[in-house]
Design a protein around this ligand. Sequence first.
Ligand code: DLL
Length: 433
Amino acid sequence: MIWNEKFECMPAGELKQLQGERLKKLLPYIYNNCKAYKDKLDKAGIKPDAIRSIDDIKKLPFTTKVDMRDNYPYGLFCTDQKNVVEIHVSSGTTGNPTLVGYTRDDIKLWSEVMARSIACAGAEPSDTIQIAYGYGLFTGGLGFHYGALEMGLRIIPVSAGQTSRQLKIMQDFAPKILGCTPSYALYMAEEAREMGIDPKKGNWKIGIFGAEPWSEQMRTEIEQTWNMLATDVYGLSEIIGPGVAQECPNKIGLHIYSDVFYPEIINPNTGEPVKEGEDGELVITTLTKQAIPFIRYRTRDIVSINHEKCKCGRTSPRISKIRGRTDDMIIVRGINVFPSQIEHVLLGIEGTEPYYQIVVDRQKHQLDEVEVLVEVNSKMFSDEVKQLEHLRAKIKKEIESVLSIGVKVTLVEPKTIERSMGKAKRVIDKRQM
Ligand code: DLL
């Protein structure tokens, strides 16, 4: 079903007009309410009235994760904190996390776009949804919750983890819609088989999977294993959380809600737009958000875009599945990990060298495993085993507290990690997706 036909199927000309009007309103709002944005626009020599239509968006400067870090925690807010009703954080590159906030209207917007997404996947208000995305500072659980509530689905808010409990719930309440990361869907199927449960025998209709990259092969495997239609949902905390774009059952790209999240695809090196259909970095402007609106936010996700009307009737443009990132961020069990976060920890610990490698692996149908290889200096290496073990435990504890996931830490002898003449290869990703 189409949740909001007016906006999702709006004729191209009308949509452009609406986007232009929204952008024209947004500019004075950010200029007058946020010093960081005002400074940015002044520096670029742009006054809010320079924006007359959506095409003028190209005159505006980009916003990046660095802006978020430099203005942490509240510098990019355009509203008083008393109007902020919820905050979420996700991993930043070093030190500070990325903080995002929502006003009551922002939560309404989030509910709306998530309802559009759940409906776009093919759910009906009478369906039951099992939400196995994490509830908490991660936006997955609550984002799905708000959307399902808006649509009127029956919600089972299990959150992520506790797999045997998830499986019991599936058997007892026979939900039709499953929301979780694609890798967790495969892991749960494996556990089900081990417990003698046939995943095919559920009452499933649709899965809504996202928060990490996944391939067409994974899709086929999930669809066959669970006997359901597997659809892709995309989003990022900065923009709203999940609900930025979603596949319909035709599975030919993710519909991006461009009446509220205006997309551009640029060459990440030049900042210039790429041709329709070519890969580039997705840049998003939030046209109606209040707490922290984003002007031309560089997502670092690589996609292509297609503006043709879809067979489902929606005119909202479609982005391809995420093909990669322009930075070195990896996603482990749905959590964003930047190698620089690990580097930051190591720099603060005596006895280690700035040489390390992160090995990510996934045995078939198991959860991702992370091993961090850390080179120790020669003085440390000649020390007692007890001391080395103490160092290892300390590194493990600190990395785990920064990343919020379990890691294995292995200390290696001085000069064993390959030196590089160019960009150091910090991450070895052995996962087959
Ligand atoms: O992952 C929001 C989300 C929750 C999306 C649940 C979908 C479902 P962050 O933690 O801020 O937000 O991570 C955002 O995750 O920039 C992408 O690199 C990646 N990502 C999100 N969805 C997909 C997807 C949530 N469907 C970052 N395919 C984004 C590939 C994805 N990568």
